[in-house]
Design a protein around this ligand. Structure first.
Ligand SMILES: NC(=O)c1ccc[n+]([C@@H]2O[C@H](COP(=O)([O-])OP(=O)(O)OC[C@H]3O[C@@H](n4cnc5c(N)ncnc54)[C@H](O)[C@@H]3O)[C@@H](O)[C@H]2O)c1
Length: 283
């Protein structure tokens, strides 16, 4: 099936990025949210991102105008009725996503692909909430969407080969590279990054200094950011929640390190509370 119309649910951090890259690739895009103010904020983020591209001479002003013109907005998900592909980027709450997919069942054409941008929730369970689970798939973009090249594509057990192929085609058409992952907690990316962060917590518990752990990972493994800096950026509570999900799925080998739990209990969540592995109060 040729995909022409893409409907993005949610105009937040991920949704507006997905709408932007889809419009850049020439798709007719509709971006929805529950309130007009969220849509305005999403459109402003798209304009700002495109302005940066104009400034860097990656695109011209006329292209920016054409890209923005390809994005329609709505507060009614019923407007997904003629979409070829829906990409849901609503908050990471399983019941909310299942309800959205159930609702889409009654709205979308029977051959439309229904994708979720979840970072960790089970695609199979979201698919099971619909009458046509074979057309449901995970398409997990990375943040910031316009910058990151890799996109995880996660077929559930129920997903058809056609849905998988069409989804990979879409990812390639927007200039990104699909990485096919299996439908287990954290897929590939979240699972590996959580494992790295968790081992870094144990390194600190073993007496290593946080700055030395981060320096070693950046300079010896060539990562752009150290795992403890990343934890401070994401928030220790968010990281603990992710690790608890992995622990439930994979058992002891992804058991959250006691130091992380201790930090969350003490409110040392990272940048958002001013203190995590580092002091952020002076910045
Ligand atoms: N932020 C990240 O770094 C990141 C990275 C990869 C994946 N994700 C995943 O992407 C999804 C979205 O995350 P985000 O950071 O963009 O969240 P966000 O909170 O920035 O945006 C979510 C938006 O969805 C809207 N929304 C809620 N219910 C809706 C509905 N029924 N219809 C239309 N819009 C609705 C909200 O009003 C909000 O504007 C989550 O599943 C998250 O786990 C996030």
């Amino acid at each position: 099936m040729a995909i022409k119309k893409v409907f993005v649910i949610g105009a937040g951090t991920m949704g507006n990025g997905i709408a932007q890259v889809s419009a850049q690739a020439g798709y007719d895009v509709t971006m929805s949210d529950i309130k007009d103010e969220f849509i305005q904020k999403g459109m402003a983020a798209i304009e700002k991102s495109l302005d940066r591209m104009v400034k860097k001479e990656i695109i011209q002003e006329s292209e920016k105008t054409a890209i923005v013109a390809r994005i329609k907005t709505t507060t009614d998900n019923k407007d997904a009725k003629d979409a070829d592909m829906v990409i849901e980027a609503a908050p990471e709450i399983l019941d909310l996503k299942k309800n959205i997919f159930k609702q889409l069942d009654g709205i979308c054409r029977p051959d439309a692909i229904l994708a979720t941008n979840t970072s960790s929730l089970p695609i199979g369970e979201i698919a099971a909430a619909t009458a046509k689970p074979e057309r449901v798939i995970g398409i997990h973009f990375m943040n910031p969407v316009p910058v990151m090249k890799g996109v995880e594509v996660i077929p559930a057990r129920q997903t058809s080969a056609e849905t998988l192929e069409a989804s990979k085609e879409y990812v390639k058409k927007i200039g990104k590279e699909p990485c096919e992952a299996r439908d287990y907690a954290g897929f590939i990316v979240s699972r590996l990054v959580d494992a790295l962060m968790n081992e870094a917590f144990w390194c600190v518990m073993d007496g290593n200094k946080p700055e030395e752990v981060d320096k070693a990972v950046k300079l010896c493994l060539n990562h752009p950011m150290g795992p403890l800096e990343l934890c401070d950026l994401a928030g220790a509570d968010v990281v603990l929640h992710g690790l608890e999900t992995m622990y439930e799925e994979f058992g002891e080998r992804l058991m959250p390190a006691p130091l992380l739990k201790n930090m969350v209990r003490s409110g040392d969540l990272g940048r958002k509370t001013g203190r995590g592995f580092y002091d952020h109060t002076q910045k």
